[in-house]
Design a protein around this ligand. Structure first.
Ligand code: ADP
Ligand code: MG
Length: 408
């Protein structure tokens, strides 16, 4: 019994492994269908599918084989036992036949229960690895939980009155490696101002934004709002007052209206159009056949990248956040629409705190404070004109490259 149980456990390990690979591969395949088609990867993806299907098939087959083997072993043993039993009782103890038949009958009714125990044990043994990984995921989720269910409705927005600060913040993605994504970050973003974060790609800009919003916590140092550290308890209240437009905007598979109403259920029609106008999207929404009630598909696939960005911006504004964070939110826009957004941001100045990451430095011309990141550290900071004057710095060279590109 023990040997087959060990085997069943091993098969269970393999089956949960295979299931994981299969699900990950299939979802990659579906979301990467463009890459597959344009790079003519159909054949290799198909052979991957065939090979993993064959593995799953074999694993299932092994398991069935194991079960029927142990069952047939049990049956053989039971036949021998009954034969022995009859022999001993009839020949040596001279028991009466009707008694024997009764005993055999009882025995034959009981026996399947025993074999049942074995096959159930095998089944359990094969499920153990899956159970273990589910329990592991549950424990991870509990450890990472930010608040208990129901608390989120209680949180009131928390406006910034003075400043949002980072004090000696260090962060790395992989604790096991010495590479820090951010090192010794000290900064203070005054309330109602406009701060810009610039730097080459991979410098750590998005990482800094994640920390500022409390999506990740620093390994060392603190993030503070008006001088009070951002702790777990205050996190949710703080996020209620943040409007965020990420680098890859996300929209739900629903209508434009519902995507907007998601963040503010009681918004009026006028409010919706006001936000759309603000984000330079009113025109294209008006032109859609069903206007606000147009379905936009999975992740908004029926819109262009720039249209998606503008809708996510509209959604961020709708909540009237006290701090608005744009992470390269204008990267997919043409210069005309970018100019519109730039003007709109200008109008928001003094009404909310703005933190803007932009590749095109023209977008951040109006910033009170520009923070230049390079390889995870702040290398320069100051006003736009101050930094532009320092020809030797990284900002100067970024600026020069863009002016060259624009004039060339
Ligand atoms: N989820 C992640 N896991 C591990 N490393 C990451 C992750 N996200 C970003 N990085 C690394 O951290 C660095 C900074 O990334 P990021 O903040 O996204 O740069 P950017 O300035 O372009 O926004 C990069 O070197 C990147 O490779
Ligand atoms: Mg980024």
């Amino acid at each position: 019994m023990r040997r087959t149980l060990r085997k069943a456990k091993k098969l269970g390990n393999r089956s949960s492994d295979l299931a994981r690979q299969y699900l990950a591969g299939i979802s990659d395949q579906l979301s990467g269908i463009r890459e597959i088609k344009t790079n003519a990867l159909e054949r290799s993806r198909l052979s991957w599918l065939e090979s993993i299907s064959a593995d799953i098939h074999e694993e299932q087959y092994e398991f069935l084989k194991l079960r029927s083997q142990s069952q047939s072993a049990y049956q053989a043993v039971s036949a021998i036992l009954i034969a022995l039993f009859l022999f001993v009782f009839v020949h040596m103890l001279h028991t009466r036949l009707e008694q024997l038949i009764l005993i055999v009958l009882i025995f034959s009714r009981l026996w399947p229960r025993f074999t049942g125990i074995q096959s159930n044990l095998e089944q359990i043994a094969s499920y153990l690895p899956s159970l273990r990984s589910v329990l592991g995921i549950q424990a991870d989720c509990r450890a990472a939980a930010e608040l208990s269910f129901g608390d989120e409705t209680k949180a009131e927005g928390m406006a910034i009155r003075h400043a949002l600060e980072c004090r000696s913040v260090y962060y790395r993605y992989d604790i096991a490696r010495p590479h820090y994504a951010l090192r010794n970050i000290n900064l203070s973003i005054p309330a109602l101002g406009m701060a810009a974060v610039v730097g080459r790609s991979g410098a750590g800009k998005s990482t800094l934004i994640d920390l500022l919003m409390g999506l990740t916590t620093p390994e060392q140092g603190t993030i503070a709002i008006d001088g009070i550290p951002l702790t777990q308890e205050r996190l949710h209240a703080f996020r209620q007052s943040v409007g965020y437009v990420p680098q890859d905007p996300f929209l739900f598979n629903d209508t434009i209206r519902n995507n907007l109403l998601l963040v503010k259920q009681d918004a009026t029609e006028d409010e919706l159009w006001e936000c759309l106008a603000f984000s330079a999207s009113a025109d294209f929404v008006r032109k859609l056949p069903q206007g606000l009630d147009t379905f936009i598909g999975d992740r908004g696939v029926r819109l262009s990248g720039g249209e998606r960005q503008r809708l996510v911006l509209a959604r961020a504004i709708l909540r009237k956040p006290s701090i608005l964070i744009l992470d390269e939110a204008t990267s997919a826009l043409d210069s005309e629409n970018e100019l519109k957004i730039q003007e709109a941001l200008e109008k928001l100045r003094g009404r909310m705190t703005l933190v803007v990451i932009a590749h095109r430095l023209s977008t951040i011309r109006g910033a009170n404070q520009v923070i230049v990141l390079d390889q995870g550290a702040i290398v320069q900071s100051g006003s736009f004109s101050e930094l532009a004057a320092e020809k030797k710095g990284l900002f100067g060279s970024l600026l020069e490259n863009q002016t060259l590109a624009a004039s060339g």
